[in-house]
Design a protein around this ligand. Structure first.
Ligand code: ATP
Ligand code: MG
Length: 417
């Protein structure tokens, strides 16, 4: 659906304008202030809601204004009075639609999208505009910010894991990892008991040696003390018997062995403690690694959600994407694409955003050189769209020439107004 005929009376600069395009590339030309934008605004005001209409739509001095758009299958008429605006939409048979604006909203898409204006926006505005047109379902900035934060956290976690692992690797061991803990204080107790035992034996041995020497003394005394001999002999015999029947002395305990056990036991216990610390550090490092892995997963999930949302969104042209607050085309930031690429893509967005009403408005057409104009005209022809483009031109030889709010000449049909 395209514009078959546009009639506008008293809209902004316009007096009476009646345009029936014969081509799909409609250039509205003329001097500054001649009424070119007023023509383009008439199109969008007829079709868009009340909100887009400017503060003073009726021409100064006039009481009312009127725009009539013949779209072939439907005829749209918007009227302005000092009290406000009204809208009627009729089909070809003259039957009126009960909810005209709802009917138009269904039809018109993104008529406000001006491809040339888009191509000249700064990257941030382009991003916002494309996000609006493509109706993205997720908060891309939020996803990107979260992933950035997680990325930083993950770097910290990975570093912590590495540090702790390095500390765990710094331990040295003499005994095998499965060595048991040793009861050193038990061994010390045993040592004390053994020492006591041995001292007792020493004392007894000493006493025994004393007795032997007493026997010797006694024998000597026998000779001298003959009188006491018999008694003494008996006494000595008794003592001899005592010595003879005494039990063998027990074997001494090997204390060196115990000392070695104690020393080794202490070393083992130190290592035991060291192993426990090492285990703790390894567990900690594994936990850090686990956290880093979870962060990696979260980042990947968000990337996937973003990719999915972008895939599911109505991105109007293949190769267009949104990331880092910029529009990208074919992976390259949009403002780094060639002017021709930017222009072609912008027009393609405008077309995709207006699938039913095949009309595109371009206000700053004067910014385009001949190549740009040609490119847009060809693109419109290929895709069967109608382009309404405003250009300052004072030659009077191009397109529909506006002069003081009226069509002065239509070069397409070559009939002077
Ligand atoms: N309600 C109005 N009544 C009368 N004149 C108006 C009204 N609104 C705007 N104008 C005048 O219309 C002129 C601008 O019209 P318009 O924007 O259509 O011109 P243009 O041809 O697009 O100009 P440019 O080449 O500068 O873009 C200005 O002189 C402005 O003062
Ligand atoms: Mg203008």
């Amino acid at each position: 659906m395209k514009i078959v005929q546009l009639t506008a009376e008293n809209v902004k600069k316009l007096k009476v304008v009646d345009i029936t395009p014969t081509k799909d590339f409609i250039q509205i030309t003329g001097k500054n202030g001649s009424g070119k934008t007023s023509v383009l605004d008439s199109i969008s005001w007829a079709l868009g809601g009340k909100d887009g209409i400017q503060w003073k739509p009726i021409r100064e001095g006039a009481e009312k204004a009127r725009i009539r758009l013949n779209l072939g299958d439907v005829i749209v008429e918007r009227r302005f009075t000092q009290n406000g605006t009204s809208l009627t939409v009729e089909n070809a048979d003259g039957a009126r639609y009960p909810s005209p604006q709802a009917m138009l909203d269904e039809l018109i898409g993104e008529l406000s999208f001006d491809p040339l204006a888009f191509a000249h926006m700064d990257p941030r505005k382009q991003y916002d505009e494309l996000k609006r047109v493509a109706k993205i379902g997720v908060d891309i900035e939020d996803l990107e910010a979260k992933s950035k934060a997680d990325f930083e956290k993950r770097t910290v976690k990975n570093r912590e894991a590495k540090e702790v692992k390095a500390r765990a690797g710094g331990y040295e061991f003499k005994f095998a990892a499965d060595v048991e803990q040793v009861d050193v204080s038990g061994l010390i107790g045993k040592l004390q008991t053994a020492a006591q035992h041995n001292a007792d034996i020493d004392r007894r041995a000493e006493r025994r040696a004393d007795t032997v020497s007493l026997i010797e003394d006694g024998k000597k005394d026998i000779a001298e003390l003959e009188v006491k001999l018999a008694k003494m002999r008996e006494h000595v015999a008794g003592m001899e018997k005592q010595v003879a029947t005494a039990e063998a002395l027990p074997k001494k305990v090997n204390v060196d062995e115990l000392r070695n056990l104690i020393e080794e036991g202490q070393q083992k216990n130190v290592e035991h403690e060291r192993r426990r610390e090492q285990r703790k550090l390894l567990e900690q490092s594994a936990a850090f690694e686990g956290e880093a892995e979870a962060l990696t997963k979260a980042i990947a999930e968000r990337d996937a959600a973003k990719a999915k949302a972008l895939q599911e969104s109505k991105m109007p042209v293949p190769g267009l994407s949104l990331s880092d607050g910029r529009v990208h085309f074919g992976g390259v930031p949009f403002n780094q694409c060639s002017s021709a690429e930017q222009l072609r893509t912008s027009v393609a967005i405008a077309m995709a955003a207006n699938p039913k009403l095949r009309v595109i408005r371009i206000k700053d057409g004067s910014l385009l050189d001949d190549d740009g104009l040609k490119l847009i005209a060809e693109q419109a022809k290929e895709n069967d769209y109608q382009i309404w483009i405003e250009r300052v031109d004072t030659s009077g030889k191009i397109g529909i020439v506006m002069e003081d709010g009226e069509v002065a000449r239509d070069n397409e049909t070559s009939t002077a107004a």
